[in-house]
Design a protein around this ligand. Sequence first.
Ligand SMILES: CC(=O)SCCNC(=O)CCNC(=O)[C@H](O)C(C)(C)COP(=O)(O)OP(=O)(O)OC[C@H]1O[C@@H](n2cnc3c(N)ncnc32)[C@H](O)[C@@H]1OP(=O)(O)O
Ligand SMILES: O=CC(=O)O
Ligand SMILES: [Mg+2]
Length: 725
Amino acid sequence: MTTYQTKSGLSVHPLLVDFVEKEALAGLSVSADQFWSGFAALIAEHAPTNAALLAKRDDLQGKVDDWHRKYGPVVNNPQGYEFFLRDIGYVVPEPADFTIDTNGLDPEITTLCGPQLVVPVSNARYALNAANARWGSLYDAYYGTDVISRDGELAPGKGFNAARGQAVVDKAAAFLDETFPLISGSHRDVTGYHVVKDGDIRSLAVDTGAGRTALKDPDAFVGYGGTQDAGQLVLEHHGLHVILVIEPSSATGKVHKAGLSDIIVEAALTTILDCEDSVAAVDAEDKVGVYRNWLGLMDGTLADTFEKGGQQVTRTLKPDLTFKDVNGLPLVLKGRSLLLVRNVGHLMTTDAVLVDGKPIGEGLMDAAVTVLCAMHDKGGNSAHGAIYIVKPKMHGPEEVAFACAIFASVEKMLGLAPLTIKIGIMDEERRTSANLKAAIYEARERVFFINTGFLDRTGDEIHTSMEAGAVLRKDEIKSERWIGSYEDRNVLIGLACGLAGRAQIGKGMWARPDDMAAMMAAKSGHPNAGANTAWVPSPTAATLHALHYHEIDVFEAQRRRHNEAVPSLDDLFSMPVQVPFSLSREEITRELENNAQGILGYVVRWVQQGVGCSKVPDINNVGLMEDRATCRISSQAVANWLRHGLVSRDEVTSVFERMASVVDAQNAGDPIYRPMAENFQSVAFQAALDLALHGADQPSGYTEPLLHAARRKVKAREAAKKTMQ
Ligand SMILES: CC(=O)SCCNC(=O)CCNC(=O)[C@H](O)C(C)(C)COP(=O)(O)OP(=O)(O)OC[C@H]1O[C@@H](n2cnc3c(N)ncnc32)[C@H](O)[C@@H]1OP(=O)(O)O
Ligand SMILES: O=CC(=O)O
Ligand SMILES: [Mg+2]
């Protein structure tokens, strides 16, 4: 039995007490009493509103369900549907035109455009890697991915493949020609890059077989470091830096005529340290683990030691990079990504803290503790002292206003200046998309990004319209009219609210982490659409996606779109239901199998091992990034087909049982994995099945309640076993 400690009337788990008092408060001018009394006041002030907002979600969903039961899909009565949504307060009146007024943001948010990396903060090794992913090797990214064909003589194989290496060098030279063209000739033919001094000013001279030349834009050369034998040349384009590493004695430098051994590109400008959908944090122990990593990133002390390639490696945060500028003065470039933290949403509660024996809102705790940890940033992260919180899964403007009210209370309780805490609004629930302008208005003094989290948004699309009819298959849903409208509205409303140059307009995740060639083909669409950032799943993806921001001038794209009319709500509300339904039996079974495999593959690692984000093969053996949002889509899709009689409970159960063996085989190499096919009563199998069978009844179709309950059961069993030993 855990003995909770009493703090200002709250019952607080001892692990949280220790963390807050011995680690998070250390070195700050906030006393333990001030923290706990402020925290108690925060809960007293905001818990009732939190409960009321959740009740409103249920009430509105109930009304939407009733409408569909009466009228069927929206297509039967589009005007009636929109009128109804306005009548019940699902769609609220739009505010008059306005411009956001957020101050004190860093340039990575306002004037620079580039990739946004996301990482589960619970994984210190990955989190450190992500923070350091500000810079990435283009040679490694090309060599290690399918961006360069893996067929024939270019197949990577074991050891270094010289033909593949040459293809990398050629492709990189093509990037340089495109981004930093020479007055004559190509970077491919360069025999020497030289820093030359004319008076006090340095410039870049470039030798090719045909003689000496220079960059077409001489101002693109902004700095240098090291020596002619082992040095760096710093170039800049669209505000992003690219470092040419000259090292004639290195393995790659040796085979290059100019000794160019690598090209390092500025990659993840910002990184989201995720406390939400990519982590499995279900109790005080897990939450403290998450907070401790975030604290270590903020005070710069986080380190992780692990084995890699047969060696012990210790990973820490990288320092800034120091060069000289063209005047010979110091040029310091940030060594790390600007770090943002994603709190959980308004739904879940945590028993890390109890009030009258009941768990408190987890979002309230995240706000108080992640901000407390961020107070350890002494400028290494935000040069302006800003604290960036990404707030997910909010339903409409009222919930955005609520998040802002919580942040205002946290600032007061911790003695921070008003508006220190900035908010990233995830536009990922339908009620937010439908009322985006009003939602931004509520956060106009704090907002630092809006972002289309299309994965959760797809799950909410299915859940909201559960009663409207049978939905299309997962991949088809994602290419319907509603999603185009959602993406366009997000950019255009963002531009109309003055986000250009003031805040980020962001786009969603690339969820096929191994398919980088496909990502390169698809994701240029994001900056082209006017988004100044978009999510990537890994540092390598960040390095590659960064190239799109050289290719496309985002601010130009935003200017192009600025006067485009915002699409009406008609398309946004054109639900992805099948009218009439046309899939064959085989197609239905295959889709069910695909969903079952994804759910099982994700859930089993979540429940057994507490892994919140996994790469799980789909039915075609393509590794997909699965997190709670993708799981929400799959579970809602199955729940919807069950609800509309396309599949029966028995059919779903037997497909899940069959797919359990497939997932077991995929995990055969994992020594701590416990097969599901041997025991269909296992907690993991049952949790996965419940997500499908009871998906329609889950609040907004979220996966959190069932996943948390299952993981807690497994943790309790493991703890009981340990006590018995
Ligand atoms: C809908 C949404 O909410 S999306 C947002 C939530 N999703 C995410 O945050 C996805 C983050 N990405 C990940 O967690 C991982 O990339 C996964 C789970 C998809 C794949 O992980 P793995 O199978 O371990 O990847 P893989 O084996 O290809 O690569 C591992 C290497 O890449 C690094 N890596 C992979 N992803 C990341 C990341 N997001 N940040 C930093 N490093 C990463 C690891 O540190 C590791 O390198 P190391 O050995 O030097 O430490
Ligand atoms: O959080 C992101 C999403 O797509 O959902
Ligand atoms: Mg999401």
